[in-house]
Design a protein around this ligand. Structure first.
Ligand code: ATP
Ligand code: MG
Length: 158
């Protein structure tokens, strides 16, 4: 069913913001207007929970996490950007594979199974969206995903 994705995203970010420590700052670049998107809320919650916990988990030195939504004609682009340790270029294409974890020694102490992003990819593709990452070692990581939007969002058709 169509949900107001802006409100839904705020709600999920709020939930994390109440629990963060380590001096991480959350920045929201979200539109004021509602954007209706047909999603399975439980599934997309699972996707966002993993991406946001990664951003927090792999940001040992704190920094800012920026949340945004960009609206296009047929889709929205949702992003989560962190200023954490980043991912080496040679590993970037593999992070959506099952059980893949960058540098096992580095990430062992942080826990996890390496399934989070593989599950996220399955869920996003089941919604006819795409998911990808951009990253620079020592600078940070951005995760993007798209979701197709309802034509009712397009005012020209009303
Ligand atoms: P799980 O999500 O199953 O608890 P995980 O977080 O290790 O375990 P994924 O979420 O699938 O697994 O991420 C895969 C790997 O990609 C991680 O182990 C980590 O090496 C790397 N990674 C993911 N997100 C980030 C990020 N924001 N910054 C740096 N590295 C990341
Ligand atoms: Mg994870």
């Amino acid at each position: 069913d169509p949900v107001n994705f802006v409100k839904f995203y705020h709600y999920i970010i709020d939930r994390f913001e109440m629990t963060i420590e380590q001096g991480i700052t959350f920045v929201r670049e979200l539109p004021d207007e509602a954007i209706y998107v047909a999603v399975d809320q439980d599934k997309i919650t699972q996707v966002l929970d993993n991406i946001i916990s990664n951003a927090i988990k792999y940001s040992p030195e704190g920094g800012t996490i920026t949340f945004s939504i960009e609206q296009h004609t047929h889709e929205i682009v949702v992003s989560i950007k962190d200023q954490g340790m980043g991912i080496p270029k040679s590993n970037l294409s593999k992070i959506f594979e099952r059980f893949y974890r960058v540098d096992k020694a580095r990430t062992r102490k942080l826990g996890g199974t390496g399934l989070g992003l593989a599950i996220a990819k399955e869920i996003i593709e089941a919604h006819d969206g795409r998911i990808w990452a951009e990253s620079k070692e020592g600078v940070g990581t951005s995760i993007y995903f798209t979701l197709p939007i309802e034509s009712e969002n397009d005012e020209e058709w009303e």
